[in-house]
Design a protein around this ligand. Sequence first.
Ligand SMILES: [Zn+2]
Length: 97
Amino acid sequence: MTAENKDVKTEGKDTKNTKYHSKPYKYQKRKRFCKFCAKGIEIVDYKDVETLKKYINFNNKIMPKKQSGCCTSHQRRVSNAIKRARILALLPFIDQN
Ligand SMILES: [Zn+2]
């Protein structure tokens, strides 16, 4: 490894504050909002499978609050509704693979 190779490596990147200031817009934080609060829904129905499926993971796990974007009370209601729907066999417990 010569000194020239090091120069080539550093040339490709922008050396000015890449760590802190030049994040592209794509990765910036977007403000999340609770969809239930926006629609004015208070009670989450456990029979409404289509809406509950949106809050289930690829592996049929309940999404955490950070991903789903729900507020605390609605996240609790959604998780309770999913657990009820699982007992009634409307939603699966585990991944079937
Ligand atoms: Zn809410």
